[in-house]
Design a protein around this ligand. Structure first.
Ligand SMILES: Cc1cc2nc3c(=O)[nH]c(=O)nc-3n(C[C@H](O)[C@H](O)[C@H](O)COP(=O)(O)OP(=O)(O)OC[C@H]3O[C@@H](n4cnc5c(N)ncnc54)[C@H](O)[C@@H]3O)c2cc1C
Length: 297
């Protein structure tokens, strides 16, 4: 197994120390009140963890994807919920790779210092889930603006974000040469359009993930909100998804560590037939198997 560098080990310790301030009671209270864990997200932002992937020139820490993975893994391994903020890490990739110089200098420093949250990612629609190329939300250019009509669903954190990366169709599907063309990516300043073309409706779900439906009704945004080239949005989204999958896999490893620790501790504490249940091999073996397979380090 690869030896972890001292820099990554130090990041792990720092994240763990921040997470110590957000114990189980905090998360249970947030969950039962269906509230967004704003204090936790603000603490991560203040400590610079959510700006890990923003280059130092734009006020971030300019760290590697490895370091970002360590941050997300450690958040989950501490029993906290990185899902409240993880999109900021992986959506960032699209802005970093395809955003114009003007977009990067306008938004990245403000995201890095916490002035703006980039937490909303508008891709999924009710009639096109996995089949992104069938999405129906339309963006039509009108002078120096785009006019957007349509609907998104499962847009996490839409109520708690200042910016949304939005995927919409700019060329009808029957008019494109390749079916992967004709979708475009926009960076939407949400405070300008909420109640003015954009309506957000929270969806009540079993888990407290701030899921929303977002409706666009003649929503006007400046043409400068286009990210990269018109028609290439699907390609941009696919390349961004690599970082998303790697970061979420790191969160899953953190979750495995947390649940194994919880199981181990409960097996030591819970006494039945006058002895801890952890003395039974039927309890020991599954925990040991998960420990060796899922979280060997
Ligand atoms: C916690 C959570 C947060 C989310 N946050 C966001 C967000 O912030 N922004 C956003 O845009 N979306 C978000 N989503 C939506 C998510 O990206 C979609 O759920 C996903 O794209 C799948 O779409 P769907 O749910 O409509 O499933 P469907 O497309 O209906 O698919 C249902 C099942 O059928 C399978 N399936 C479909 N077609 C095939 C096929 N041809 N072959 C084999 N299997 C197939 C799929 O793999 C899946 O298992 C979130 C979802 C969750 C669970």
């Amino acid at each position: 197994m690869r030896q972890e560098t001292e820099e990554l080990a130090e990041i792990r310790r720092a994240v763990r120390s921040l997470c110590d301030d957000f114990p189980g009671e905090y998360w249970r209270a947030k969950d039962s009140a269906r509230e967004y864990p704003g204090e936790f997200v603000d603490a991560l932002t203040r400590a610079g963890f959510l700006a890990a992937l923003i280059p130092a020139d734009f006020g971030g820490s300019g760290l590697s994807l490895d370091a970002a993975c360590v941050i997300m893994e450690e958040i989950q391994a501490s029993g906290c919920n990185g899902g409240a903020a993880h999109a900021q890490m992986y959506i960032m990739n699209t802005l970093l790779r395809y955003g114009s110089a003007a977009q990067k200098s306008e938004y990245l420093p403000k995201i890095a210092n916490g002035e703006l949250r980039l937490q909303a990612f508008g891709v999924s629609e009710p009639t096109s889930g996995t089949d992104t190329l069938s999405l129906k939300t339309r963006a039509v250019q009108d002078g120096d603006e785009y006019v957007i009509n349509g609907q998104k669903i499962w847009t996490s954190r839409a109520e708690h974000s200042d910016l949304m990366l939005l995927l919409a169709r700019t060329t009808p599907r029957e008019q494109v040469e390749k079916k992967t063309e004709g979708l475009s990516m926009f960076l939407v300043e949400m405070q300008e359009v909420v109640g003015n073309g954009m309506e957000i409706k929270p969806i009540r779900t079993m888990m407290n993930h701030s899921s929303c439906e977002v409706f666009f009704d003649d929503m006007r945004i400046p043409a400068s909100a286009l990210v990269g080239e018109e028609g290439k949005g699907f390609r941009y989204i696919l390349s961004g998804m690599n970082a998303e999958r790697i970061l979420i896999a790191a969160e899953c490893i953190g979750d495995a560590k947390w649940f194994i620790d919880q199981a181990k501790s409960y097996a030591g504490d819970r006494t039945v037939f006058s002895r801890p249940i952890g003395q039974n091999q039927g309890i020991q073996f599954p925990i040991a198997r998960e420990k060796t397979v899922r979280s060997p380090a």
